[in-house]
Design a protein around this ligand. Structure first.
Ligand code: CIR
Length: 253
């Protein structure tokens, strides 16, 4: 069960943030509405929302997931791999001080984005991507192992972040797309297969009794319902334009 989430309103500078997509410029008004709906959906899932105000200084800082890795017992403050995002960790660390005593840190030359970390029960999967380097992944593996968890490092082939293509749904089930469909590291899991046309919906979030999925992916929605999940669909177009998905917009713990 998650009790808490941290979210952060996107600032106007979001429009100048990082992206690799060619989906066009985000519409700021729509973005704010989508963010508000995201918060409402989380509340419906029964969590307490800590809502941080926008920072114009950090255009991508609404994607709070990248700044920390959280469990009920400890917090890891990451070292985000994009220079323009690295300073985001200061605010998040001070907010987390209100919830945690036990802190770990990813230190340079190690870099790590929280989007590259998937927790499935007591097992952390740590992607190596353009943002998370081998040293950062190695440091996180050492940290989680020191806390009694398992750690597996997964070099990525195509996805932006590890969780761009995979979600842990609980009960040994993952939603997986692309390179994770036949990946040896995830062989032990039962899979909800996300087809290539629905690939964006592989980034969804299980929050207590619900799975929040992006709107417009009928096949994924149907598969989720058939598997017995209650879903909440959210329009994510303006976040997708900047490579963001549902997991990126919150820290859940
Ligand atoms: C970035 O490039 O950092 C942002 N535009 C998107 C971050 C998405 N975060 C995530 O998948 N955890």
């Amino acid at each position: 069960m998650f009790k808490n989430v941290i979210v952060k309103t996107p600032g106007k500078s979001y429009l100048n943030g990082l992206t690799t997509s060619d989906l066009g410029k985000p519409d700021y008004e729509k973005l704010l509405i989508q963010h508000k709906n995201y918060i409402e959906a989380l509340k419906k899932c029964g969590v307490t929302v800590t809502h941080l105000p926008a920072s114009e200084e950090f255009p991508d800082s609404t994607f709070v997931e990248d700044t920390a890795v959280l469990t009920p017992e400890f917090a890891v403050v990451t070292n985000p791999g994009a220079d323009s995002r690295n300073g985001e960790i200061k605010e998040i660390e001070s907010v987390l001080k209100g919830f945690y005593k036990n802190f770990h840190y990813i230190n340079s030359p190690g870099t790590l984005d929280g989007g590259d970390v998937l927790q499935a029960e007591d097992h952390f999967y740590i992607g190596i991507s353009d943002r998370t380097n081998e040293e950062g992944a190695r440091q996180l593996k050492e940290i989680v192992e020191s806390e009694g968890f398992k750690g597996t490092i997964v070099p990525l082939k195509e996805f932006f972040h590890l969780k761009t293509g995979i979600t842990y749904l609980g009960n040994n089930i993952i939603a997986a797309a692309g390179e994770f469909l036949d990946h040896p590291d995830f062989e032990e899991y039962e899979k909800l297969i996300v087809s290539s046309k629905d690939e964006y919906s592989a980034n969804c979030i299980r929050v207590n009794d619900f799975v929040i999925i992006p709107k417009g992916y009928a096949e994924t929605k149907r598969k989720m319902s058939e598997a017995g999940y209650k879903t909440i669909e959210l329009e994510m177009s303006e976040f997708q334009k900047h490579d963001g998905g549902l997991s990126c917009l919150s820290l859940r713990f």
